[in-house]
Design a binder for this molecule. Sequence first.
Ligand code: SAH
Ligand code: SF4
Ligand code: F3S
Length: 450
Amino acid sequence: MAKFYRPQTYQIITFGCQMNEHDSEVLAGLLESMGFYQVDKVEDSDIILLNTCCVRETAENKVFSLLGRLRRLKKEKPGMIIGVGGCMSQQEGMAARIRQGFPHVDLIFGTGKAGQIPDLIRKVMERKGPVLAVRPGSGGIAENLPVKRKEIIRAWVAIMYGCNNFCTYCIVPYVRGRERSRRPEDILDEVAGLGREGCKEVVLLGQNVNSYGKDLEGAIDFAGLLEKLDKPDGGIYRIRYMTSHPRDFTGRLIETIAASGKVCEHFHLPVQAGSNRILKKMNRGYTREGYLELIEKVKTRIPHAVITTDIMVGFPGENEDDFNDTLDIVRQARFDSSYTFIYNTRPGTPAAALEGQVPEAVKKERIQELIKLQNAISLDRNREEEGRVQEVLAEGESKTGPGLLAGRNRGNKMVVFPGGRELIGHVVRVQINEARLSHLAGRLTAQIDG
Ligand code: SAH
Ligand code: SF4
Ligand code: F3S
């Protein structure tokens, strides 16, 4: 008979977006504060937490198949703890489905429940029965939780949680709850602490960062927060943010970014579709003309701005004309790059009930055509960078070859250049001499920071 033992090791397996990756850093911090240490093989883990995503079905399927594989491990090691957290567990009926299909799961916990993890783990250890902590979604904001960051050179900082936009295809507002902003003082403190630890770049995270502050007392918005963070001291060289919604991207925000020394000239503005009819059905709150006007404003004010986007094909009712409008907006906007998605029905969202679901084969054809067009434009846009000298944060050694370093320029494009390991974590200048689809190649000209 297997003997009972006190868990000592843990592993967190993360699916989904940066917000989830960052939540996992908090989970790791909490588990370490309980005395557990991290291992990287499931076989060696006494506690395995899956931090899940449900934005598309494929993300969910990965979790189900991993849970299936963990069944045997748990049989061999009954004392181990398996927990499922994150967005998937917040879905209506999902906790029951997991418990039924995967009775070896000990703990199901929702987003925003990270702060409770120590108590929940203790409960599992005491009761040896399943523990459930999901919904109601939102909850408050727990400050001062320990964070075990994967990376310190570039660090994620959550500025708000949840989403109020209810785009009709999207499940995020249902699983992440309503928008809640962190107090600016807490964000400033965290960023100052990161600067002291040697962080060079912070990425401010939120599902819709330009709604920041709407729920706070006292007049602060996202532009105001950026102004507060853009102080010449503090060690931080760069500020990025993810994700901004084109609808709320104000002229004042563009001005703030243009005037700032630290906020990078990278604009990720998910367009989703190029047809006004489809944009309306998606509840995006802008038109193609409005979107193009916005990026024109950005390009006029910041000529070397890098503009990237998310685009979806096959939203219900999308016909050939609508899809051509998407191709056309891609041509006009000349995005530096795009994340492209095939529309996927998410149960409980308004779009799931719409008529005119597009056949899979058509969706696949459309995405191929879209990717082909985007790749050609991306390469052209990258070629425009040739000859320029750019600021790059050396993040680590490049996988493309020995003696090469890799890091991002201010536009968030990957730059590869020859250099020694001692430059990792430093801000340097690189002259771009060759553009590829996936990255830029160049040569070091100077080091900027101390
Ligand atoms: N809050 C962010 C990110 C949302 S999820 C934003 O609004 O941009 C990231 C991307 O996934 C979205 O921009 C969208 O393009 C895509 N996505 C969301 N729901 C989807 C669905 N049901 N099917 C396919 N793609 C989806
Ligand atoms: Fe989803 Fe829209 Fe919110 Fe983004 S803005 S998370 S796409 S509902
Ligand atoms: Fe996925 Fe949740 Fe992020 S659904 S995309 S992990 S907010």
